[in-house]
Design a protein around this ligand. Structure first.
Ligand SMILES: NC(=O)c1ccc[n+]([C@@H]2O[C@H](COP(=O)([O-])OP(=O)(O)OC[C@H]3O[C@@H](n4cnc5c(N)ncnc54)[C@H](O)[C@@H]3O)[C@@H](O)[C@H]2O)c1
Length: 267
C-alpha cells in the first residue's frame, strides 16, 4: 500500500469516506491528491489539513454532474502533476426515504444525476487519460444497495446498481490496456449520510433507528470511513494487480447474514 510518487483524485473528498481516502493516499506517500467536491468549505479544510501533515493536496470545487466541471478537475490534476494514477469516483447522495409509489420525481432525477451521471462523467474524462498513460486504477463507490433492494430507497438502490454496471463495462473495456476498475460496496458507515437517513426515518428518535440497524449487523456496529478507505487503497494498489471488474463489500457482514439482509434501516 505504497503510493509514493502517485497522483490520486477523490470526488466527494471533502467529507466522510472520500475525506478518509484523500487523507490515506496522502499519508501513504502520494505526491499529489486532488480533493474534488461541491462543498468548498469542507473541501478547502480537508486539503489544508493534509498539507499541514507535509503532504501534497489541492481542493477544487466541482459539481460532478456537470461535464465542464469534470473536465476542469481532470485538467487541473494533469496541469499540476502530469498524471492521474488513482481515481476514487465517490461523490454520492442518498435522496429521500419514500416508497416507489410516492417517490418524488425531481428527487429521483437528482439522485441519478449525482450517483450515476457523476460516476459516468468521471469515467468518461479520467479513462482517456489513463488509456494514454497505459496505466491507472479506478474505484467507484457503489454500496450494498447496489447488490439488493432496500424498501424506501428506490432512487438510491437503482443508482448504485447502475454503478455496478458502469464498473463492469469499463473494466471490460480498459482491461486490455492494463487499467483496472473496481467497485466498493459499503454497508452502513458512520458518516453524515447514514445519520441523515436515520433522521429521515425517525426525526424524533434517530438514535433508536441507528441502534436497531446496527444491531442487525453481525459485527453490531457501523463501519468507519477509514475502514472503507483501507479497501479503496488496497484496490488502487499494486497488491490488487489482478483484480478488476470486481465488487468488494465492506459491511460488517450485513450481506452475508440472512438477518442482515432481511432487516433494513427503513423497516
Ligand atoms: N455512509 C454510508 O453508510 C454509505 C454506505 C454505502 C455507500 N456510501 C457511498 O459512499 C459515498 C460517500 O458518502 P459518505 O457516506 O462519505 O457521505 P458524505 O455526505 O459524508 O460525503 C459525500 C460527499 O459527496 C459530495 N457531493 C455530493 N454531491 C456532489 C456533487 N454533485 N458534486 C460534487 N460533490 C458532491 C458531498 O458534498 C460530500 O462531501 C457515496 O457515494 C455514498 O452513496 C455511503
Amino acid at each position: 500500500m505504497d503510493f509514493t510518487g502517485k497522483v490520486a483524485i477523490v470526488t466527494g473528498g471533502a467529507n466522510g469516506i472520500g475525506q478518509a481516502v484523500a487523507q490515506s493516499f496522502a499519508a501513504r506517500g502520494a505526491r499529489g491528491v486532488l480533493v474534488v467536491d461541491r462543498d468548498a468549505t469542507a473541501g478547502e479544510a480537508t486539503a489544508a489539513a493534509i498539507r499541514a501533515t507535509g503532504a501534497h493536496a489541492l481542493f477544487t470545487a466541482a459539481d460532478v454532474t456537470q461535464s465542464a466541471d469534470v473536465r476542469a478537475y481532470v485538467q487541473l490534476a494533469l496541469d499540476t502533476w502530469g498524471t492521474i494514477d488513482c481515481f476514487h469516483n465517490n461523490a454520492g447522495i442518498e435522496g429521500k426515504i419514500a416508497v416507489t409509489a410516492e417517490y418524488d420525481e425531481a428527487v429521483f432525477d437528482s439522485v441519478m444525476a449525482v450517483n450515476v451521471k457523476g460516476v459516468f462523467l468521471g469515467l468518461r474524462h479520467v479513462l482517456p487519460v489513463m488509456l494514454k498513460q497505459g496505466h491507472g486504477a479506478v474505484v467507484n463507490t457503489a454500496s450494498v444497495a447496489g447488490l439488493f433492494g432496500t424498501p424506501g430507497m428506490p432512487a438510491y438502490v437503482a443508482s448504485k446498481h447502475a454503478v455496478m454496471g458502469l464498473t463492469k463495462v469499463a473494466a471490460g473495456e480498459v482491461g486490455p490496456q492494463g487499467i483496472r476498475v473496481n467497485a466498493v460496496c459499503p454497508g452502513p458507515i458512520d458518516t453524515r449520510m447514514v445519520r441523515d437517513i436515520a433522521k429521515q426515518v425517525s426525526p424524533n428518535n434517530p438514535e433508536q433507528v441507528e441502534a436497531r440497524y446496527a444491531g442487525s449487523i453481525p459485527l453490531r456496529r457501523y463501519g468507519t470511513a477509514q475502514e472503507v478507505a483501507n479497501l479503496v487503497l488496497f484496490l488502487c494498489s499494486d497488491l490488487a494487480g489482478n483484480i478488476t471488474g470486481a465488487q468488494y463489500v465492506v459491511d460488517g457482514g450485513r450481506t452475508a447474514a440472512p438477518a442482515g439482509v432481511a432487516s433494513s434501516i427503513v423497516e
